[in-house]
Design a protein around this ligand. Structure first.
Ligand code: ADP
Ligand code: MG
Ligand code: MG
Length: 883
C-alpha cells in the first residue's frame, strides 16, 4: 500500500484533486510541483495513515518506515545532502495539513535534522555560524514545545533575559556565540523539565515529529476548531516532510506571506508582507514589523521600510509571475507562503485565501468580469448566509467599544439608543423621534409594539429562539438576548452590569452580531445593496427559478423588503396590526363581548384601521402578490393578565372587573399553541374573518385605483387540519368578495389558500387542494407539530440533542428535510395531483435559510418567503440552488 506521495523538482505523485488523501497543503504542494514552480522537494504521508494510527492505538502501519526512509533519501538526493550526516546534513520541516484549512491549529516543526554534531557541519558547510546556531535553537524550541511538551514560554523567558542582560533590542542583534550559549541554556531547560537530555538521535526526532503532527489532530485547539467549522474528526491530517529552505540565511534571504488580492477589501492588487533574514512564522508572530511586498502598498501604508520590490527585484518579479500563474490555475484568490534563500525564491504553500464578505463579493464579481470564472461560479462562491453581515447597520470596526457584558448574538446588526424598560415608553419616545433600546428580562407578544418602536432589543433571559430573538429577526431589529449578567430593576428603571448602573435615558449600543452590550454611542456603518453586492444579486436573479417574497406586517417592512428585491409578500400576519395601543382596545372590546352583535360593533371599529393598513401595503407592493393571513393567535394573547391592568381595562371598557377576569380565565389555555387559534377562531367567530376579508377587498379596490395596478390579494387561512374547515371559511370570504365587488362595481381577482402547518393537513393535501388555490408551508408550526416540540421550550434540551448527535442542526433553523421536509414534499405532490397550477411557497423562518432554500428548490416550490433583511440571502441561495 502507498502511504507516501512525493513532490518536488517539477513533478509529483499527487495533485490538487487529491486533497482528501494528501490534505490541502500536500495536494497543493504536489500541484505547484506539477506546474513546474520552485517547490523544495518532499513527501506527504496520507490522511489514511493518520486514521490508521488512531484506529490502531497510535501505532504506525507496517511498511511506513521503509517508505519514509526511501523518500527521505529521495529528498536528500534531490538537494544533495543527507539526513544526519555530520558534514552535509539534510534539514527538513515536518508539517501538518488536513483536508480543510485549519490555520495555526495543528503543529509544524522546522529545521529537523540538527543535533550537537550536525549543527557544526551545517556551520562549516554554509560558512555561516550564526545561521546554523539560529536554526538549531529554533529547532530545539519548536521540537520541545510540540513533541516534548516543554512550552515556548520557558525558552522565551531565557531569550528575553539574555537580551536584557546584553542590552540587545532585536533577535537580529544576537551573535553566533550568543546563540551557542543560549542553545546550552535551552538544552538545560529540557533536561531539567524532563529529567533527560534533548534527543540527539535524528531518526528519533523524525518519528517523534511525525507522531506529534498526527497527535496534534486531536489537540484541544484543533478539536474546538473542527467543532466550530463542522469538520469531521474522520478526515484526519496528513504529514508533509519537506526539505528546508532558509529565509534566515542573511540579508539576501527572507520569508513572507501574500494574498493575490486584498483579503479584506478584495482590491485586485497583490498584497503581502515579508521579513528579511527570518524564518517561518516570524512574520505572523509579530517579532518584528514586517515590510510590504509591493512598492504601491508600501507608499499607501506610509511605511519607511523598503518593499520586496526594491530590495530583491529579481525574486519579486518571479514571485509576481507565480502569483498570476497560481490565480489563473486555481481561478481563485490565493494565500501564499514563500521563502527566499540567498536571492532564490521558493514556494512553500498555496491555498484559496480566506476573505471578508465585502472582499468575497468584490473578488467574485471582478473575476467574472475578467473572464477568469463564469457568473454562475461567482454566484456559487459566496456563502449566502454570510451576506447577512452586510444587511444591517454594523459597528464601525475602528470604533472603540466600552463593553458592559456579552449576551447571545440573537439578531444581527447594531443599534444605539436611550434605554427604556417598557414597550409603551419605547413607543412614546420613538414618537418623539428618539432612538431607543428596549431592555427587558424577556419579551412577550404584548411587547410587539415596543419592539417595533425600538431600534434594538436587549433581554437578560431567553435563548436564540426566544420570543425576543425570533420577533427581532423577523423585524430586522438587532437583538442581544440572554445577557444574564444584566440586573434589571423595572420599578426603579435601572440596569446594572459589570458594576455600572445605567438608568432610563442613558445611551447604550448593542451589537446583535457579536452579542456585545456597549456603554454609550458607537460609530455605525449603514447597509446598502450597491456596487458588487447589487451586481451579484442581478446575476443571481437571472439564474434562479424560485421567486423570493418577504414576510412583512407593516409598510416599513414592506418598503425595506422591496429595496432588497422582494417580489411580493408571502406572509402578512394581521395580528401584529392589533397590538398598537389604540387598536388593542377595540380588539379587547371584541374579545370581551358576549355575543355576536357586541363583537360586530367592536369589529366595525377595527375595520377601517385594518383597511388602511392593507391599502398602504398594497400601494407599496405596486401590484405584486400579497398573501394575507387571517387572525392566528389565541385571543388571550390580546388580553392583560396582571391585576391592575385588568382593573384598568375593565374601567375603560366600562364593565365589571370580575366579569373581565372571568373572561380572561375562560380564555386561558393549558396549551395555547394547540388551542383555540388559527382557523378555529374563524369557525367560532365567523364575523372576525368577515371583517378581515372586507378590509382586504375594500383595500384592494382602493389601492388598485390609486396605483393603477390591480391588486390580486391572496387570502390565507391558517392552521387547517381538514378540508371542511377551509370550505366553511372560503365560503365566508367568497361571500364578502361578492358583496364588495357589487358595492364598488369593481371586479377583484383574488385567491383563497391555506397554510399547511399541521401533519394532517399535509397528509390530506390532495383533497384540501380541491378548495385551496395555493399552499404556503408554515414550517415553524409544522416543525413544532411534527416533532411535538414547542419551539419556545426547546431551548432547555436542544443543546443536549445537538451534542448527542440526535439532531445535526436546530430543526427550527434548518428544515428537517427527511421528516418535516418529507411532509412538505408529499403535500406538494398530493396538492398538485389535484390542482396542477397550485401555487406553492414556504413562509416559516426556514424561508431565509440557505440549506432549507436548497431543499425547496429540489421539491419545486414556486417561492420562498423570508424576513425583509434575509431577502438578498434568499435571492442568492435560490440562485445557488438552481445552478
Ligand atoms: P501552518 O499550517 O501553521 O501555516 P506550516 O506547515 O505552513 O504551518 O509552516 C509554518 C511556517 O513554516 C510557514 O511560514 C512555512 O512557510 C514555514 N515552513 C514550512 N516548511 C518549510 C520549509 N521546508 N522551509 C522553510 N520554511 C518552511
Ligand atoms: Mg502555512
Ligand atoms: Mg403558524
Amino acid at each position: 500500500q502507498k502511504f507516501v506521495y512525493r513532490f518536488g523538482a517539477g513533478k509529483a505523485d499527487g495533485s490538487a484533486e487529491m486533497r482528501e488523501l494528501l490534505g490541502g497543503k500536500g495536494a497543493n504542494l504536489a500541484e505547484m510541483s506539477n506546474l513546474g514552480l520552485p517547490v523544495p522537494p518532499g513527501f506527504t504521508i496520507t490522511t489514511e495513515v493518520c486514521n490508521g494510527y488512531y484506529a490502531n492505538g497510535k501505532k504506525m502501519p507496517e511498511g511506513l518506515v521503509d517508505q519514509v526512509d526511501e523518500s527521505v533519501r529521495y529528498i536528500g538526493e534531490t538537494v544533495g545532502a543527507t539526513l544526519g550526516d555530520a558534514t552535509n546534513p539534510l534539514l527538513v520541516s515536518v508539517r501538518s495539513g488536513s483536508r480543510a484549512s485549519m490555520p495555526g491549529m495543528m503543529d509544524t516543526i522546522l529545521n529537523l535534522g540538527l543535533n550537537d554534531e550536525t549543527v557544526e557541519g551545517l556551520a562549516i558547510r554554509s560558512g555561516d555560524r550564526r545561521f546554523a546556531y539560529d536554526s538549531y535553537r529554533r529547532f530545539i524550541q519548536m521540537y520541545s514545545n510540540v513533541v516534548l511538551d516543554v512550552k515556548h514560554e520557558n525558552f522565551e523567558e531565557i531569550l528575553e533575559h539574555y537580551k536584557h542582560q546584553n542590552g540587545y533590542d532585536l533577535d537580529t542583534d544576537i551573535t553566533a556565540d550568543d546563540w551557542r550559549t543560549l542553545i546550552e541554556q535551552y538544552k538545560a531547560v529540557v533536561q531539567r523539565k524532563l529529567g533527560k537530555p534533548f534527543p540527539q538521535n535524528i531518526e528519533e526526532q523524525l518519528w517523534g515529529a511525525i507522531s506529534a503532527v498526527f497527535d496534534s489532530w486531536n489537540n484541544a485547539r484543533a478539536i474546538k476548531y473542527r467543532e466550530l467549522n463542522h469538520i469531521p474528526e474522520s478526515w484526519g491530517t496528513a504529514v508533509n516532510v519537506q526539505a528546508m529552505v532558509f529565509g534566515n540565511r542573511g540579508d539576501t534571504s527572507a520569508t513572507g506571506v501574500a494574498f493575490t488580492r486584498n483579503p479584506s477589501t478584495g482590491d485586485g492588487r497583490l498584497y503581502g508582507e515579508f521579513l528579511v533574514n527570518a524564518q517561518g512564522e516570524d512574520v505572523v508572530a509579530g517579532i518584528r514589523t514586517p515590510q510590504n511586498i509591493t512598492e504601491v502598498a508600501r507608499v499607501e501604508a506610509g511605511s519607511d521600510k523598503p518593499s520586496l520590490e526594491t530590495v530583491m527585484p529579481e525574486a519579486f518579479k518571479e514571485f509576481v509571475a507565480i502569483c498570476h500563474t497560481l490565480e489563473n490555475h486555481y481561478r481563485d484568490m490565493q494565500d501564499i507562503e514563500f521563502t527566499i534563500q540567498e536571492g532564490k525564491l521558493w514556494m512553500l504553500q498555496c491555498r484559496n485565501g480566506k476573505r471578508t464578505t465585502p472582499a468575497a463579493l468584490r473578488i467574485a464579481v471582478d473575476m467574472a468580469n475578467e473572464g477568469l470564472i463564469s457568473r454562475e461560479d461567482a454566484i456559487s462562491r459566496i456563502e449566502a448566509a454570510q451576506l447577512d453581515q452586510l444587511l444591517h447597520p454594523t459597528i464601525d470596526p475602528k470604533a472603540k467599544r466600552n463593553i458592559l457584558t456579552i449576551g447571545l448574538p440573537a439578531s444581527p446588526g447594531a443599534a444605539s439608543g436611550e434605554i427604556v424598560f417598557s414597550p409603551d415608553d419605547a413607543e412614546k419616545l420613538k414618537a418623539l423621534g428618539k432612538s431607543v433600546i428596549l431592555v427587558r428580562n424577556e419579551t412577550s407578544p404584548e411587547d410587539i409594539h415596543g419592539m417595533h418602536a425600538a431600534a434594538g432589543i436587549l433581554t437578560a433571559r431567553g435563548g436564540m429562539t426566544s420570543h425576543a430573538a425570533v420577533v427581532a429577526r423577523g423585524m430586522g431589529r438587532p437583538c442581544v438576548s440572554g445577557a444574564s449578567a444584566l440586573r434589571i430593576n423595572a420599578e426603579l428603571k435601572t440596569v446594572t452590569a459589570s458594576g455600572v448602573t445605567l438608568k432610563e435615558g442613558d445611551i447604550i449600543t448593542i451589537d446583535g452580531s457579536t452579542g456585545q452590550v456597549i456603554q454609550g454611542e458607537v460609530a455605525m456603518r449603514q447597509p446598502e445593496l450597491t456596487g458588487d453586492f447589487a451586481k451579484l444579486m442581478e446575476w443571481a436573479d437571472v439564474v434562479r427559478r424560485m421567486k423570493v417574497r418577504t414576510n412583512a406586517d407593516t409598510p416599513r417592512d414592506a418598503e425595506q423588503a422591496r429595496k432588497f428585491g422582494a417580489e411580493g409578500i408571502g406572509l402578512c400576519r394581521t395580528e401584529h396590526m392589533f397590538f398598537d395601543t389604540d387598536r388593542i382596545m377595540a380588539m379587547r372590546e371584541m374579545i370581551v363581548a358576549t355575543d355576536t352583535d357586541g363583537r360586530r360593533t367592536a369589529l366595525a371599529k377595527i375595520l377601517p384601521m385594518q383597511r388602511q393598513d392593507f391599502i398602504e401595503l398594497f400601494e407599496i407592493m405596486q401590484g405584486l402578490p400579497v398573501t394575507i393571513r387571517l387572525l392566528d393567535p389565541p385571543l388571550h394573547e390580546f388580553l392583560p393578565h396582571g391585576h391592575t391592568e385588568i382593573v384598568e381595562l375593565a374601567q375603560s371598557l366600562d364593565i365589571d372587573p370580575a366579569t373581565l377576569r372571568a373572561r380572561v380565565n375562560q380564555l386561558t389555555e393549558q396549551n395555547p399553541m394547540l388551542g383555540h387559534r388559527g382557523c378555529r377562531l374563524a369557525i367560532t367567530y365567523p364575523e372576525i374573518a368577515e371583517m378581515q376579508a372586507a378590509a382586504i377587498f375594500e383595500a384592494a379596490v382602493e389601492a388598485g385605483k390609486r396605483t393603477g395596478k390591480p391588486v390580486v390579494p391572496e387570502i390565507m387561512v391558517p392552521l387547517i387540519a381538514t378540508k371542511k374547515e377551509l370550505d366553511i371559511i372560503k365560503d365566508i370570504i367568497v361571500r364578502v368578495a361578492n358583496d364588495v365587488q357589487l358595492a364598488t362595481a369593481t371586479k377583484i381577482d383574488y385567491q383563497v389558500g391555506t397554510m399547511i402547518e399541521l401533519p394532517r393537513a399535509a397528509l390530506r393535501a390532495g383533497e384540501i387542494a380541491e378548495t385551496a388555490e395555493f399552499f404556503s408551508f408554515g414550517t415553524n408550526d409544522l416543525t413544532q407539530t411534527t416533532y411535538g416540540i414547542s419551539r419556545d421550550d426547546s431551548g432547555a434540551f436542544l443543546g443536549d440533542y445537538l451534542k448527542a448527535g440526535i439532531y445535526s442542526a436546530d430543526p427550527f433553523v434548518s428544515i428537517d428535510t427527511v421528516g418535516v421536509g418529507e411532509l412538505v414534499k408529499l403535500a406538494s405532490e398530493r396538492g398538485r395531483a389535484t390542482r396542477d397550477k397550485l401555487k406553492l411557497g414556504i413562509c416559516g423562518e426556514h424561508g431565509g435559510d440557505p440549506a432549507s432554500i436548497a431543499f425547496c428548490e429540489t421539491i419545486g416550490l414556486d417561492y420562498v418567503s423570508c424576513s425583509p433583511f434575509r431577502v438578498p440571502v434568499a435571492r442568492l441561495a435560490a440562485a445557488q440552488a438552481a445552478i
